[in-house]
Design a binder for this molecule. Structure first.
Ligand code: GAL
Length: 698
């Protein structure tokens, strides 16, 4: 899909800017502009937490500072992403309309404080936010310096107030029509929890109902619906105010409180906030974990997106505030571009002087000068993005995908099943992801509702809940020639967590060629293994946590269990179905198995990695590769070395260097100056130092 991220001046570069904290210091506001220009900053997000400045009293608006800032920034070539101020609310709002304050699951209404914690149902809040959003839109919605709307900020969390409880009941009425359908879907005869009417239903609560998993699931769906409805309300206000600028919302890392996929059709583009815990363990693990999250966000719309926030230095809310080693900052920002982001923004431009984020890293710190390590790295990165401007608008295409489904995760982790000590869903998804990345591919992370047509290989780890129609989609994918890797604990329950009868994976036994008979949970210290039925392969692969026992109904065993009373039974299977093949993974194998097994599958279908030919080239460990394709056919290849040591990268001779971040020296014929954009042809090897990035053009 083409990019809907507005980018009038190349990649968006800049970040959250809170000038309302500095209105008594015009000298500092002026200095900010000077420093921003010096760092190559072309975009700021304004107004995220400005409600009390913009509306100091109920109905009294004062947009003066915002107008002055937007104008001045624009005159200096800096664009504004304008926020609706619903990220936090003024005190008068809570005092005058206490219903805006959330109630917790025990029925306690919260006091005023903190942020991101309103009741999304409250008519008073909706009325007040509509009024200010509309006014902001009327005032700035067609300003040439304003390029986009930033709706709310990192929305999260439920409210259990009487208004929300009523809205939940309405949601259920719309969904089920008759209370009998609810009782059936949630299996309420269990422990005699049968409801006689919708009015009897209460939200799940730690001092009430927790054991009806269907209720828990529908509650999570309702919480998502509340946020979606509130967001749609804000977008409407902006549209009613006369602005047609694109809208976005900023999402969070690994956040499961909302099903983000549900927001896809509301947003013109997705964005997210990226705060990796650099240097906590290996940078390789952290680097690939961030890659995963970038790919997850891009896959929501399978379109260009935006990294809305990241930290230029250290955060002050992680358990340890670790500085980034030189080079990490640039690598982190370029990584965003590599995965399809149309910019790389920070939180925040100028460090706050007081309150809870005063020690959070910023582009301009309390010292205030440009002669800081962080500022220099920010400026270097800004200029790097300017130099790769031609990459803007190119898109990411992935030949493979992993299914990563939030609603499945809700159900799976709530189910009280084979391993309450940990099922490791995200980790299972990550193992497939990493195996594909290691082979050198772009990877999509999609959910069960998205189409599968464009992929050659799809991994489906722990798809415990087969959402309506999913098995049919998988069947069609395989029938049409796809390679599917289906793991243990899949196809067990339907959308309301009712167990499928008649054998699992539900509706898929004839396609995968096996039926799951039982599943064994392993204790933490139990490490089992499996080995190949092909006696030439001597390697044993370890697994942990879960081992499923299969009844083969057409599939052949590729690997069998080595231990326990099920020794000799199938642990990995293969089954051809129509034009495709299904591989079954019955146990939670370690990463090495995934790497080796996926490589075999990819080679078998001659899947071409980004660098090199199918099967002929393996990237050095810890080097990440991704690629973007431009409309004119140009291909941009991004390489990042997350290792603490330099590595040699073999490079195709038809590539030219678009950008190199460091003082790397080429080992082949290329003698160009390090770190400088060059067009000379490459030799066969490039030395990529620690945390350096190399961008090639084909
Ligand atoms: C984000 C948030 C920002 C800021 C930042 C600090 O989660 O959106 O407003 O608080 O964290 O890291």
């Amino acid at each position: 899909m083409a990019s809907k991220v507005p980018s009038p001046k190349g990649f968006l570069y800049g970040g959250d800017y809170n000038p309302e904290q500095w209105l008594d210091r015009p000298d500092i506001l002026a200095e900010d502009i000077r420093l921003m220009k010096q760092a190559g900053i072309n975009t700021v997000s304004l107004g995220i937490f400005s409600w009390s400045t913009l509306e100091p009293e109920d109905g009294v608006y004062d947009f003066g500072f915002l107008e002055e800032r937007i104008n001045t920034l624009y005159e200096n070539g800096i664009y504004t992403i304008l926020a609706t101020p619903s990220g936090s609310r003024p005190k008068w709002l809570a005092d005058k309309y206490p219903e805006v304050l959330r109630v917790d699951d025990r029925g306690v209404r919260q006091h005023y404080g903190f942020r991101h914690n309103h009741c999304m149902t409250s008519p008073a809040l909706r009325k007040k936010i509509y009024a200010i959003d509309r006014k902001l839109s009327e005032t700035f919605g067609n300003h040439p310096g304003v390029i986009s709307w930033h709706i709310n900020n990192e929305m999260s969390g439920p409210c259990y107030c009487p208004l929300c409880q009523d809205a939940f009941r309405d949601f259920l009425k719309r969904k089920y029509g008759d209370i009998k359908n609810v009782n059936h879907a949630w299996s309420t005869t269990f422990w005699s929890h049968t409801y006689r009417s919708f009015e009897e239903i209460e939200a799940p609560s730690s001092i009430g109902e927790t054991q009806l998993h269907g209720l828990n699931l529908d509650w999570m769906r309702f919480v998502t619906e509340r946020h979606k409805d509130f967001t749609a309300h804000e977008i409407q206000a902006v549209r009613d105010g006369g602005s047609n600028l694109p809208v976005t919302m900023n999402l969070m890392y690994n956040y499961t409180g909302l099903d983000y996929q549900e927001f896809s059709d509301l947003m013109d583009y997705m964005s997210w906030d990226n705060y990796p815990t650099w240097h906590k363990g290996s940078e390789v693990a952290v680097g690939f974990d961030s890659a995963f999250e970038h790919d997850r966000i891009r896959s929501i719309q399978r379109a260009p997106y935006l990294m809305m926030e990241s930290c230029p230095s250290s955060t002050n809310w992680q358990s340890v505030s670790k500085l980034k080693a030189p080079g990490i900052l640039e690598a982190q920002q370029i990584q965003a571009i590599a995965h399809g982001s149309e910019g790389a923004l920070y939180f925040q431009i100028r460090q706050s002087r007081g309150a809870s984020e005063k020690f959070h890293g910023a582009v301009i710190d309390h010292y205030g000068g440009e002669d800081t390590r962080v500022f220099r790295e920010v400026a270097k990165t800004g200029h790097a993005l300017e130099s790769i401007r031609e990459v803007l608008g190119s898109t990411v295409h992935s030949p493979v995908a992993v299914i990563y489904d939030t609603q499945n995760r809700w159900a799976l982790e709530d189910a009280q099943g084979p391993r309450n000590a940990g099922l490791y869903y995200r980790e299972a998804v990550e193992k497939s992801y990493l195996a594909f990345k290691k082979y050198g591919l772009n990877v999509d992370l999609i959910d069960e509702t998205q189409s599968l047509d464009q992929y050659q290989v799809i991994a489906v780890p722990m798809a415990y809940m087969f959402r309506q129609g999913f098995e049919k989609k998988l069947r069609d994918f395989v029938a049409n020639g796809g390679r599917l890797i289906l793991s243990y604990w899949s196809g067990i329950v339907d959308d309301t967590d009712l167990c499928f009868l008649g054998g699992t994976p539900h509706g898929f036994i004839d396609v995968c060629g096996f039926r799951s008979k039982e599943i064994d949970g392993l204790y933490e210290d139990e490490i089992h293994s499996a080995s190949s039925v092909d006696s030439r392969e001597e390697r044993h692969y370890n697994f942990h946590n879960l081992a499923e026992l299969l009844e083969l109904e057409g599939a052949e065993a590729l690997y069998t269990y080595d231990q326990d009373w099920y020794q000799g039974q199938a642990a990995v299977t293969r089954h051809a179905y129509e034009k495709g093949v299904v591989f079954g993974l019955a146990a939670d194998f370690d990463q090495d198995f995934y790497d080796d097994f996926y490589e075999k599958i990819l080679k078998e279908i001659s899947c071409k990695p980004i660098l090199g030919q199918a099967g002929s080239f393996v990237l050095p460990t810890g080097v990440e590769v991704s690629e973007r394709t431009q409309e004119d056919g140009s291909i941009y290849i991004f390489l990042i070395n997350w290792n603490r040591e330099a590595v040699e990268i073999p490079v195709d001779s038809d590539c030219e260097i678009l950008y190199a971040s460091g003082d790397s020296s080429l080992m082949g014929q290329f003698q160009g100056e390090a770190g400088v954009k060059g067009t000379d042809s490459l030799g066969d090897k490039y030395l990529l130092h620690s945390y350096e990035c190399l961008i090639l053009k084909k």
